[in-house]
Write a protein of this length. Structure first.
Length: 738
């Protein structure tokens, strides 16, 4: 615990204590247990669980979600002392679950269900606290179930509340909500030791005292105030009950213990997931440590006469919205609960329940903001529908049942998505022709069999098909049979089939019937325009992040006997401009000549002539943005051997400076302008420097094109193909070889 954070944690702890106190009493009453058992659990949840927990925001104590379980268990076991034995055993079971790392379950709850849980709690807080705000306190303060212990439900209680209105309660609740709503616009927000909820409690007590003295008609009667039963320290035995360990061998006790352990653990794991989403610092609670802490807490509750303990979303939400920083606030709230039953009860019994209701209503408003619903709607039906179902289910049933219903809705959409989109299928053009690729997902179940079979059998005859199972950790046997059946059918339909990435245990060998590597026949068939289009297509895939897996081992085997490149690229040495990646090319597809500034020399022209003899059909001179060599030329750097590069680029610099539309010196526009002119000059050097290449271009055996690569956008912009009728444009270019 950080002592520097106490200025935030102490006020937050006070507010949580004020909210928790009536809730502890209300849950004990709803559970059919002694009132003091709720206070004991609140103290244990604050002091013991608070110290052991890894959460900085969660607050533990007796939970409404277990009230029905406890009430039924007391009836089944016959006495509260016997229930305490079950709570003790449940704590041991939770402790074991934490030690054996069962907390991973929390990771499998979808975020739409967690957000639905938070929104539902917010809606329930508003619905359940409105009666208290108007002075109708027939239902328990923390009864979040739809059907209430008094025979009413959430909605009928609202109707009853407005038939029995307490004017003083309405005044206090209304003023309290205004204070909470506009608190951040007042200077008081800067007083760290006085959070708005604490001020509201003081305001409620003060107003009620003034009402009693000056406006008796608005005075709130004692039955609408906090009610802490008096504690006789000389007769603690009448308040604290101990477990009857003689029932340890009772089979029913163990059944109840297992039920409490499972329900309490699930509620805790769900609550810490939800609370972590509310945490403004986005800290993560270790789930296994939390189970250990809850287990120890329930062992203590069983030994000392308390109710079962869980992490509680309402108190945790109030804790966060009160500005807590560390778990010191939860511990401090436990200390205050202990002090309250010893010495503070006369003072605390002055607090109007309507003031506490105002705090909870504003907490509910923050949990269930309209913006949360609109954000979930914008994410699509698969997120929005389970979210709404979770909210409605929790409101009309209870927390645990509502979450289970929400999980079922989320699972339905998951299965629906898995059934409808079990794979990705795309068609792309390579130098070997059109290839249809089916990529299987991580998990391929029997639900996917029908759609996979339909997609495969719909592929036309004579196609090249690639089934990629590299990402699949599991493939159902039915799907494997479908792939094997298609493998047989493919041979009869003249389909060339590659299957790659299957795991060894599937005992289905990977057939490789075509390799995406250039052979002599394909290279001969390609024309310069075809190659240029293939480079454009490859760059489009690179820009979109859909580059093709290269399967280099297959390509190595295919190209070991010789190379058959389709193009040669004169490229800068810049490390960010690798042509093989930018054009999404495979092994052996491209010849690459790399030189700073993509300038041309006799040696490079000789290399281009060799490239033609190797069968390359296209020369690409590719410059790029932010070129370092062009930048040095603009700075007039000619020292040492650098001058052999920058001197050639300097021709482009002078040409741009003499032009009608030259860019400002030192600007990004000037750098791009010079780079583009330098590409044109390199094209001119090739045409003017090689009679052999000129003849190849004239005969249509080889194409020549310039390209500008914008590194930031990943786009390669190709210029027009240089044709014989454009040779004159490049002849006599100043400073270039004739």
């Amino acid at each position: 615990m950080n002592i520097n954070q106490l200025k935030y944690d102490i006020p937050a702890g006070i507010v949580v204590f004020l909210v928790a106190l009536p809730l502890c009493l209300g849950i004990a009453l709803a559970s059919g247990a002694p009132l003091f058992s709720g206070i004991i659990s609140g103290i244990i949840g604050g002091l013991i669980v608070g110290l052991l927990s890894g959460s900085q925001t969660s607050v533990s104590g007796p939970a409404a979600g277990l009230a029905a379980v406890v009430l039924a268990s007391i009836t089944k076991l016959g006495a509260f002392e016997v229930l305490l034995v079950a709570i003790l055993i449940a704590g041991v079971l939770q402790l074991a679950m934490g030690v054996f790392r069962a907390g991973f379950i929390a990771n499998y709850v979808p975020s739409n269900v967690i957000k639905g849980l938070l929104a539902a709690i917010g809606v329930l807080l508003i619905l359940k606290q409105i009666p208290h705000a108007v002075g109708y306190d027939a239902n328990q303060a923390d009864d979040l179930s739809f059907a209430q212990a008094n025979g009413e439900n959430t909605f009928s209680a609202l109707v009853s509340a407005f038939q029995v209105v307490t004017p003083g309660a309405i005044v206090i609740a209304g003023l309290s909500m205004l204070v909470l709503l506009y608190w951040d616009r007042t200077p008081l927000k800067n007083v760290k030791l006085l959070p708005a909820p604490l001020f509201v409690v003081v305001l409620g007590v003060t107003l009620n005292v003034l009402f009693a003295k000056y406006v008796p008609g608005l005075a709130i009667e004692p039955n609408h105030l906090v009610d802490i039963p008096p504690l006789d320290v000389n007769n603690l035995g009448s308040f604290v009950q101990l477990p009857d360990l003689a029932h340890l061998a009772n089979k029913d006790v163990w059944i109840v213990a297992a039920t409490i352990a499972i329900v309490a653990s699930l509620e805790t794991l769900l609550n810490i997931e939800a609370v972590d989403k509310l945490d403004p610092h986005k800290r993560e609670t270790p789930p296994n440590r939390e189970l250990v802490a809850q287990g120890v807490g329930n062992i203590c509750a069983g030994l000392l006469g308390g109710l079962p303990v869980t992490s509680v979303i309402v108190r945790s939400s109030v804790n966060i919205h009160s500005g807590n920083r560390t778990k010191a606030s939860a511990v401090f709230h436990g200390l205050l609960l202990l002090a309250s039953v010893l010495v503070l009860s006369p003072l605390l019994n002055l607090i109007p329940l309507s003031a506490l209701a105002a705090i909870l209503i504003m907490t509910g408003y923050k949990l269930a903001k309209v913006s949360l619903f609109t954000d979930m709607y914008q994410k699509g039906w698969s997120q929005f529908v389970p979210f709404v179902i979770t909210v409605v289910a929790i409101v009309v049933t209870d927390l645990l049942m509502g979450v289970l219903i929400g999980l079922a809705a989320s699972l339905f959409y998951l299965m629906r998505s898995n059934y409808r989109n079990p794979f990705s299928i795309e068609q792309y053009r390579l130098h070997i022709g059109e290839v249809i690729k089916m990529e299987l997902p991580n998990q391929v179940s029997f639900l996917n069999k029908a759609t996979i079979k339909t997609a495969l059998w719909d592929i036309p005859n004579g196609a090249k098909v690639l089934i990629d199972a590299s990402n699949a950790d599991y493939i159902d046997h039915d799907v494997l049979e479908t792939i094997e059946d298609y493998r047989v059918a493919a041979a009869e339909r003249n389909v060339q089939l590659n299957i790659i990435g299957l795991r060894d245990e599937y005992q289905l060998s990977d057939p490789i019937q075509f390799v995406p590597a250039l052979d002599k026949e394909t290279q001969t068939r390609l024309q310069p325009d075809d190659v240029l289009q293939l480079l454009r297509d490859g760059n489009e895939r690179f820009k979109a992040g859909r580059w093709i897996k290269k399967y280099y081992l297959h390509q190595v085997d295919a190209t070991a006997g010789g190379q058959h490149p389709m193009a040669v690229v004169v490229n800068c040495i810049d490390s960010r401009t690798s042509p093989e990646i930018i054009f999404d090319a495979g092994l052996g597809d491209l010849l690459t000549i790399r030189i700073a500034g993509n300038v041309i020399s006799k040696e490079i022209i000789g290399s281009l002539e060799i490239a033609h003899k190797l069968g390359a059909k296209l020369i690409v001179v590719k410059g790029h943005s932010s070129c370092g060599a062009v930048g040095l030329a603009l700075k007039n750097e000619h020292a040492h051997s650098i001058g052999s590069i920058t001197g050639k680029i300097g021709v482009a610099v002078r040409q741009c400076q003499c032009g009608d539309h030259h860019a400002p010196a030192g600007s990004k526009e000037q750098l791009e302008q010079v780079t583009r002119q330098n590409i044109e000059n390199s094209l001119a050097e090739i045409i003017n420097g090689s009679e052999y290449l000129r003849a190849c271009i004239e005969r249509g055996e080889m194409g020549l094109v310039g390209a500008y690569h914008d590194i930031a956008s990943r786009n390669v912009e190709f210029g027009p193909m240089v044709t014989p009728d454009r040779f004159e444009r490049y002849r006599g270019t100043p400073g270039l070889a004739a």
